[in-house]
Structures are given as C-alpha cells and as structure tokens.
Ligand binder design. Structure first.
Ligand SMILES: NC(=O)c1ccc[n+]([C@@H]2O[C@H](COP(=O)([O-])OP(=O)(O)OC[C@H]3O[C@@H](n4cnc5c(N)ncnc54)[C@H](OP(=O)(O)O)[C@@H]3O)[C@@H](O)[C@H]2O)c1
Length: 283
C-alpha cells in the first residue's frame, strides 16, 4: 500500500494507540537555551505544530518557555502543539518514572504528547523494566503516547515476543543516505510509524549530484528534496535549524511532488551514512 502523507504543516497522521501526530516538526538537538527559545518561537509562528526535544538536549526548559508564551499570546490550546521528549538513561522502572516527572517539571507541562526511550541500550531486562514504566506512565496520563528511538529490528521483535504493548513509533536516523531497510520493514509490518531524525543528514550530502539534479527540476533546495522524500515515504520528519529563514524554508515542501522515478533514484542513494551515534545493534 502506498504510504499516506499530509498536505500541510498542521497535518496529522494516526498512531497505533489511536492518537495523532503532526507529521512535520522541529528538532532542537544541539541548541543552547537562547537558540532553542528563538527557534521554537519562530517555528510556532511559522505554523509548526510539533517540537522534538529530549532530557539529553538540556533545553526542555527553553522549549517549555517558548511554548507557554506562544500558547498564551495566541490563545492556542495546549492540545494543538505536540511535544515529544525522551528518556536519556535506561536504568530501572523507578528511575524511568522519576526522570520523566523531572522532564515534565523542567519543561513546565502537565503531559508530553509523546515520550520515547532514547535508545535500547541496557540489555533485555533493563529494556523490559523501562518499557513497563513507560506503559504505566501513559496509563497515569504523564504522556499521551509512548515510543522508542534507535531501536533495531531485534529490539522491536523482543517486545512482540513478550506480547508487550507496541511503541507507536521508532525514531531512527533516516534519510536517502541512511535507509535502515530492516528496521523500516518490521516497523511498517507492525504499524509502528518511523520518525526520521537527521532527515537532512546534517546538511552533509547537499552536494550529491542526484539531489542537485532533482532539486533543480523542482526549483527547490536539496534540503527541501530530502524532507519531501521522507514525507512521501510516510515518515514523520523533524529537521533542526537555528535559522529563522531555514525554519521557514524547510517547511515549504507541501506544494510540489517527487515523481516515482525521483523517489526511486533517491531510494538508491543508501550508503549507511552515520551522522551521529549508531546504536541500533546494541545488545
Ligand atoms: N533520537 C536520536 O537519537 C536523535 C539523534 C539526533 C537527532 N535527533 C532529533 O532529530 C532532529 C533533527 O536531526 P539533526 O539535528 O541531527 O540533523 P538534521 O535536521 O538532519 O540537520 C541539521 C543541520 O542541518 C542544517 N540545516 C537545517 N536546515 C538547513 C537548510 N535548509 N539548508 C542548509 N542547512 C540546513 C542545520 O544548521 P542550522 O541550524 O544552522 O540551520 C544543522 O546543521 C534533532 O534536532 C533532534 O530533535 C534525535
């Protein structure tokens, strides 16, 4: 079945648990507090409905401040803006719940729309306990949905074998130069959505001839082509930028379409290009 994708910045896709998530969002990794505050403010003003942060990024507070000000000044209900955060350390059931509560407090929100295990690191027993904590956190209303990040196919299979509730999505590095076909396949089979981190490959492949050729054919930038590729695959995409201009231009991907041939050409660029950590094979 062809993947479905949204037609504007507010467009949402459905998750396994019945909730919905805006398919396009802003990533805020490696931004300091001022950069985060400005970027989130500009993004929300530009019509973004979704921000991806993490305990690790040490900027949940700045995300929360920008969110609160935007909601207050525009009279927007909290439910319209989707906030994701992530658990940095997989340790115990208790520490996972405690860390989530600390993140909520730091961010200044009553709930996260989505809370992720940032990785599968720790081994099967720890993963099982931490995942159980997230399942209970969702029941308690601390987060509306729960998911994972950087999980390999074998980690997902572990949950299936245990009969555990499944994550609504798996956030992995995903772009034409890093396609993780085995992870994409198992997730798609189970209805777990893929969320693409590093959807721009950290701006390190914009000079690739195929990308330039396709960008020129649409009179677009390589960045917009990479994002449109992710969108048309049905992936949730969360490009990061500290620049107001690029925050706006990255979202201008809803008024052109890549042809099946162009999608195929981009699909062929996979080179297992690692832009950051690569832990999908951990024990
Ligand atoms: N779960 C995980 O383990 C994990 C790991 C990494 C990232 N993430 C999440 O995914 C988000 C996105 O990934 P990412 O930050 O790694 O990388 P990315 O979005 O692929 O690339 C960001 C880089 O591209 C530049 N850039 C952005 N738009 C551009 C444009 N239109 N033209 C030229 N350069 C542009 C940015 O510079 P400027 O800022 O100067 O524009 C920055 O250097 C993160 O922010 C984070 O929320 C998650």
């Amino acid at each position: 079945m062809a993947p479905s994708f949204v037609s504007d910045l507010s467009g949402r896709v459905k998750l396994l648990d019945g909730t919905t998530i805006p398919q396009f969002g802003l990533g805020v990794y490696e931004m300091n507090d001022q950069e985060t505050y400005d970027a989130v403010k500009w993004a929300l003003e530009a019509g973004y409905k979704h921000v991806d942060t993490a305990e690790w990024y040490e900027n949940e507070g700045a995300v929360g401040r920008a969110l609160k000000e935007y909601l207050g000044s525009t009279n927007t209900p909290r439910s319209e803006i989707y906030i994701t955060s992530k658990l940095m350390h997989n340790r115990t059931y208790e520490s996972a719940l405690a860390d989530l509560k600390t993140s909520l407090k730091t961010t200044g929100v009553e709930y996260f729309d989505l809370y992720l295990m940032h990785s599968a690191i720790g081994g099967p027993e720890i993963r099982k306990n931490v995942w159980r904590a997230l399942v209970d956190a969702q029941k308690e209303g601390l987060c509306k949905s729960i998911g994972v990040s950087n999980w390999g196919a074998k980690h997902i299979q572990e949950l299936v074998d245990a009969g555990s509730p499944l994550p609504v999505l798996n956030q992995i590095d995903l772009h034409p130069f890093m396609r993780h076909p085995d992870i994409v396949e198992i997730c798609e089979k189970l209805g777990i959505l893929l969320e693409a981190w590093g959807p721009l490959a950290r701006a390190k492949r914009f000079d690739h001839p195929s990308l330039i050729k396709i960008a020129e054919s649409h009179q677009r930038e390589p960045a917009q082509i990479m994002l449109r590729w992710g969108l048309q695959h049905g992936f949730i995409i969360i490009p990061k930028s500290v620049s107001q201009k690029r925050i706006v231009s990255n979202a201008q991907i809803f008024d052109f379409e890549l042809s099946p041939e162009q999608m195929k050409e981009l699909d062929g660029l996979d080179e297992y290009f690692v832009t950051d950590w690569d832990v999908v094979d951990c024990d």
